[in-house]
Design a protein around this ligand. Sequence first.
Ligand SMILES: Nc1ncnc2c1ncn2[C@@H]1O[C@H](COP(=O)(O)OP(=O)(O)O)[C@@H](O)[C@H]1O
Ligand SMILES: [Mg+2]
Length: 327
Amino acid sequence: MSRDVKGTYKAQSSRKEEVKGTYKAQSAAASRRKTSDADTGAGTHGHRRPTTRMVPVPSESIVPERDVDKSPILECRHLGIDFGGLRAVDDFNLMIGRTEIAGLIGPNGAGKTTVFNLLTKVYAPTRGTIMLDGVDTAGMDTPKVSQAGIARTFQNIRLFDSLTVEDNVRIGLHNQIKCGMWSGMLRLPRHWVSEKEFHDRSLELLDVFHMADNANDIAGSLPYGAQRRLEIVRALATNPKLLLLDEPAAGMNPSETSELMDNIVRIRDMFNIAILLIEHDMDLVMGICEGIAVLNFGKIIAKGTPHDIQNNPQVIEAYLGKQDEGE
Ligand SMILES: Nc1ncnc2c1ncn2[C@@H]1O[C@H](COP(=O)(O)OP(=O)(O)O)[C@@H](O)[C@H]1O
Ligand SMILES: [Mg+2]
């Protein structure tokens, strides 16, 4: 299987190099960055810049070289949705490597959150295919997609404000740990075993953000930054293969954002998962994303490494150039 995939990628890669002739140049640029970043041990903002070489694969996407021999965690083909006459997302093609940190950027109203709503089946796509870990998600609803391995956080925090921090995490865990209804109701020993499992696992997950001491706090009483972190912990509790973060740095101050960047990379490394994030903070996006897709009026106008994106005239015109004007 992996040999087939590898073979396909290699064949496609060399074909693309012949046709376009640009991939070699991009790879060479990526290698140069790899060397210079490795030398300094940090990127522009003191953060660990991804040192991965990105390589082309089918769907005109690029994935980190370390993921290229494995099947992609996500592949969208010609994905689209219409709201009445509005083509909110159209011909959206994207592939994400198994351990990639990918970014989805673009102006407000471009369709970024709608892409997350399509991936999590809040909306049924009007067109196209979403493959999660090689499985077509057509016909799956939101809970099914969650069980299949996609977890998300929301642009506006969604927690159970009046429940404790631990209970919020347990809601995520419910997805994963099975506890028979009857043994639970009758309080049979098996119920206590799962209770302990739930409790221990909740604290373990909270500890990722050093929040185990807050387990009994009421979620709504936490400071804003801690609520955002709790939302990520709750998403991780569902044991995802792909974590979707919708503007995780929104409302955070620069030092919280900087800590968040480190945490996102740490989560990817600890859980060995892929992360797709929507974000307007370009220090964060350019600092930790390996591959970036730019959406404008529902269509992808560019895909590439942070370097490619920052130097793409179309992206600068549509989005990056307007960042300073208070986007
Ligand atoms: N449920 C909906 N019904 C109608 N239009 C919607 C709906 N959801 C989003 N839209 C429209 O789709 C476009 C993309 O919205 P959105 O995905 O939220 O953008 P972004 O997250 O990039 O800021 C906007 O024009 C928005 O008004
Ligand atoms: Mg949005």
